[in-house]
Every structure is written in C-alpha cells, then in structure tokens.
Design a protein around this ligand. Structure first.
Ligand code: HEM
Length: 284
C-alpha cells in the first residue's frame, strides 16, 4: 500500500472517530475557535471557503466605539435592511434573530463576492446553524431546530455583539414596528434558555460518567478500561467500567463510575468482570 493510501485511510478513520465520539468538533463554532488558536488552520479554511483578501480583524481598530452613526433604537423594515449589501461601497448590515449589526468592516466576508455575502441585507438566522445558504434557507424563522442549534445561535449572537456594532432591530418575527419584542421573540428566549440548561445538565452528566477507553484486537475482542483522562474528562479518580443505560434504555455505552455512584440504577456490571476491576474484556 502506498504511503498516500495509508495516509488517506488514517485521515478517514480519524475523521470518523471524531464524528462519532467528539461531534462538536465539526460544529462551526468549534472550527472558528480552533482557527483562532491555530492560524495555520485559517489558511486551510480560507482555501476551503474560497474566502478572498485579508482578515478584516487583523488590522482592527476599535470601530465599535469610534462609529459616529450608532442609533441602537432604529427599527428597520426588511426593505430598508435589504439596501445594505455593500454594493458600490455602501455599508453592509446583517440581522440575526431580529437584531441588526453593522458588519461593514467585514467586507471581505459579507460584501459583494465575499464568501458570506448571502447574509448581508437579510435576517438569515436559520442558515447560521443549518448551513443552508440557498434563498429558501436564509430565513428568520428558527422554529423546530435542535437544542444544539439554539446554543449555536446564542453563540453567534454573542459573537456579533462582541465583534461588531449593534445598530438596531428589524421589524418582523422578533420585533414589532416600535421595536417591542414579539411573542415569538419571547418564545425564542425560552428555547435558548431550555437548550442552555439541557447542555449544562448533559455536560455535568458526562463529567459524572466519563466514557471508557476502548481497545480492540481481532483475536481477543474489545477491552474497556478507565483512566484519569478517559472520555476527555481530566479528573483525580479512575473509576470502574460499567454499562451505562440511557433513561429510556435505548442507548448503552461504557462509563467510568466512581465508587460513590456504583449503585446508580442506570449502571450495570459487565459479565465476568470483577466489581473493582478498572479494565474489563467484553464478551465476544
Ligand atoms: C453553518 C455553516 C457556516 C456558517 C454559518 C459560517 C459562517 C461564517 C461567518 C459569518 C464568518 C465571518 C465571521 C466574521 O464576521 O468574522 C465565517 C468565517 C470563517 N469560517 Fe465559516 N461558516 C460556516 C462553515 C464553516 C466551515 C465548515 C468552516 C471550516 C471548514 C468554516 C471556517 C471559517 C473560517 C476559517 C472563517 C474565518 C476566515 C478568515 O478569517 O479569513 N466555516 N464563517
């Protein structure tokens, strides 16, 4: 097998492993964070996206405070907002969940010909998490999404609040013509709050019952074992491998459990594995 083929197989295996066990790595937010930490990734991603020109943030002055035209109470109609697409050097505005941001200094991204120009002049909230950048996907309605998506939208809003100038609201789903929040706006707040609580609980659960390490050898079968780093959870205890059942018993995975949690009804011992072993062979 040539080195190239071996390398390709290794990349596919690694990507599959990450997709199954660390799916958050493939979320845009994670990629953006990773790109910020490792500039070499940015070059790769720029190539991937076909982004052109320099990074507008690299020579950033604090335009937020310097901007002379900030009227955060302004209420745009959709038609007004649509005028700000950066054509002929005009300003560029985008809206996210009814809030309007001046993204003119990100012209390379949002201006004509930029990799994200489809976001300019509209509220395309839904596409921020679905990645459906066709006109029918670039809509402000974010109902019926998953909790991970609401967390993603919350993070995007934080991003725009921090990195760009907030300049007003757009009349429609989220705000009325006076800029007052609509019932839909309040509903969205609840979805985001619910999703944040759910994630918090999920994170706590993952820390309580981290995943086991797994080894597989064709001649011996699978071995599950615990260590102070298994499941990506760094801790000062090792734990004992147990089958962990979801509340509806539909999903089972190996979890490392501390002595104090061993009575949890969601846990089951592995057959033929001593109670206090930190490593168990699974039945073939
Ligand atoms: C749902 C899909 C996606 C959305 C909604 C999205 C959105 C965006 C937006 C709005 C920006 C501009 C941010 C700014 O104003 O500074 C951006 C930049 C960027 N995106 Fe994405 N993106 C998506 C997918 C991806 C993927 C899959 C990758 C990686 C392969 C990626 C990598 C990047 C990078 C590296 C930049 C910064 C480029 C630079 O600094 O030149 N994005 N993205």
């Amino acid at each position: 097998m040539s080195k190239l083929v071996k390398l390709s197989i290794a990349v596919v295996l690694l990507a599959s492993y990450i997709a199954i066990y660390q799916p958050h790595v493939f979320t845009v937010k994670y990629m953006h964070d990773a790109a910020a930490k490792f500039p070499i990734l940015v070059s790769f991603f720029k190539w991937f996206h076909g982004a052109k020109g320099s990074n507008p943030r690299s020579d950033q002055v604090d335009l937020k405070d310097a901007s002379p035209k900030v009227d955060t109470n302004r209420v745009f109609t959709k038609e007004e907002l649509a005028k700000y697409k950066g054509e002929d050097g005009a300003d560029i505005y985008i809206a996210l969940m009814g809030r309007v941001f001046d993204v003119t200094r990100g012209r390379d991204f949002y201006g004509p010909g930029g990799g994200y120009s489809f976001f300019s002049g509209v509220d395309g909230s839904r596409a921020f998490v679905t990645g459906d950048f066709k006109p029918e996907g670039l809509i402000d309605d974010i109902s019926g999404l998953g909790s991970q998506d609401y967390i993603g939208l919350r993070d995007w809003l934080d991003f725009y609040m921090k990195d760009y100038q907030y300049i007003g609201k757009v009349e429609g789903m989220y705000f009325d013509s006076n800029g007052e929040p609509t019932a839909y706006y309040h509903g969205v707040q609840e979805w985001i709050k619910g999703a944040s609580n759910f994630k918090e609980e999920e994170d706590l659960f993952k820390e309580k019952f981290p995943m086991c390490n797994v080894d597989y050898k064709p001649e011996e079968g699978s071995r599950v074992w615990c260590s102070t780093k298994s499941g990506g959870v760094k801790r000062d205890w090792v734990g004992f491998p147990r089958s962990l059942y979801s509340a509806d018993s539909k999903n089972i995975r190996c979890a490392c459990a501390q002595e104090s949690d061993l009575d949890d009804p969601l846990l089951k011992e592995y057959p033929d594995c001593p109670k206090d072993a930190t490593s168990c062979m699974l039945p073939k």
